[in-house]
Design a protein around this ligand. Structure first.
Ligand SMILES: NC(=O)c1ccc[n+]([C@@H]2O[C@H](COP(=O)([O-])OP(=O)(O)OC[C@H]3O[C@@H](n4cnc5c(N)ncnc54)[C@H](OP(=O)(O)O)[C@@H]3O)[C@@H](O)[C@H]2O)c1
Length: 329
């Protein structure tokens, strides 16, 4: 296992992050604890959860599993989604953040969060209020670093500018959806994160399972990502262009003697903008397979082929701006 610094920070995180959204539901408590122990045993130190996963069960299980090795683990959780029916039980107001941190700390059986992430932009709350509240949490020691998730590039840039102007803690990481079948962040966000040294820790790196080789154009209706809604729904993934990417992935996996899931994760690990993909699992065998994405190198020509086949179309404004590149760039 290798480690990368988390953006503009001195915090080292493993090149794979364990996602725990299924812990307490598809994966029962005993198995979840076993998987967390196994992840740490294999050198993983970076674990992602959220206050809303399985109604708080995921945080409780993670807290239980790491309490005897708290300092070895970089614990990431999130705030923003609705955690109570009240009008203020949602969002990024000072109130919801202050309530949210106390509830998360309790469920996680710890007195600090390593990486506290805002789950998605909140149009209702001034970002100044959010950043000031997060900075207070850092000053109080309840939070060590802050990150964001599901932002537009302008949200992130505005946040970084406000943090700098006010000497607040700045976002060290961004958690976007990003994979071979979801590269929308290439439009503006990736270059911003490189420029500003913000770590990118992608969610759904396997497209929710689409990139594991389990699915094809011929998958019958009853077997099509049936449990997945939203971004990883069958309708969202089963597009012609994604099957072309899947064909290239299967070919690469065959050449490399690896599984499609390992190659899809490896493609991310070797991408310079990426710090640590956050993979999910629903079984021990999926976990062991996915951990096989570390400890080897994908040859450049295979990496490039996957990069090209999955790239966004070269359209405006990229095409126009790049046409006027000067020789120094
Ligand atoms: N910030 C956000 O808004 C956000 C949103 C979503 C997720 N996340 C985070 O990102 C993590 C990962 O997200 P995700 O679960 O959507 O993404 P993912 O890693 O792309 O997909 C995981 C799913 O793919 C299937 N799978 C995984 N490995 C497999 C293998 N080797 N062979 C066959 N199938 C395999 C399993 O689905 P089956 O259940 O079908 O077996 C598993 O639950 C979450 O746990 C969470 O921590 C964050």
């Amino acid at each position: 296992m290798k480690y990368n610094l988390l953006g503009k920070s001195g915090l080292a995180v493993s090149e794979l992050c364990l996602g725990t959204m299924t812990f307490g539901k598809a994966v029962n408590e005993a198995d979840s604890i076993h998987l967390i122990n196994r992840f740490v045993e294999l050198g993983g130190n970076f674990i992602d959860t959220a206050d809303v996963y399985v109604g708080g069960r995921s945080e409780e299980i993670v807290g239980q599993a790491i309490k005897d090795k708290r300092s070895e683990v970089v614990l990431a959780t999130k705030v923003r989604m609705a955690t109570s029916p009240g009008i203020n039980g949602v969002g990024l107001s000072r109130k919801h953040i202050m309530d949210g941190i106390e509830a998360s700390l309790k469920r996680l059986q710890t007195d600090y969060i390593d990486l506290y992430q805002v789950h998605v932009w909140d149009h209702a709350t001034p970002i100044e209020e959010t950043l000031r509240a997060l900075d207070d949490l850092v000053s109080s020691g309840k939070v060590r670093y802050i990150g964001c998730s599901n932002f537009f590039a302008w949200h992130l840039m505005k946040s970084l500018s406000i943090s700098e102007a006010n000497k607040y803690a700045r976002f060290v990481s961004l958690q976007p959806q990003y994979s071979l079948v979801s590269r929308q962040m290439d439009r503006e966000m990736m270059s911003l994160c490189l420029e500003e040294n913000v770590a990118v820790i992608p969610w759904a790196p396997l497209g929710g399972g689409f990139l594991t080789g389990r699915y094809s154009r011929n998958t019958p209706e009853e077997g099509r990502l049936t449990t997945k809604v939203g971004e990883s729904s069958w309708e969202n993934r089963a597009l012609d262009k994604n099957f072309v990417i899947l064909d290239a992935l299967l070919e690469a996996a065959e050449k490399l003697g690896k599984t499609p899931a390992q190659v899809a994760l490896r493609w991310l690990i070797q991408k310079k903008e990426i710090t640590s993909p956050i993979f999910g699992i629903s079984s021990h065998s999926q976990f062991e397979e996915n951990m096989g994405s570390v400890g080897w190198e994908m040859p450049r020509e295979i990496w490039d082929r996957l990069d090209q086949v999955s790239a966004l179309p070269d359209d405006y404004p990229n095409r126009f701006i790049h046409k006027f590149r000067r020789p120094f760039e």
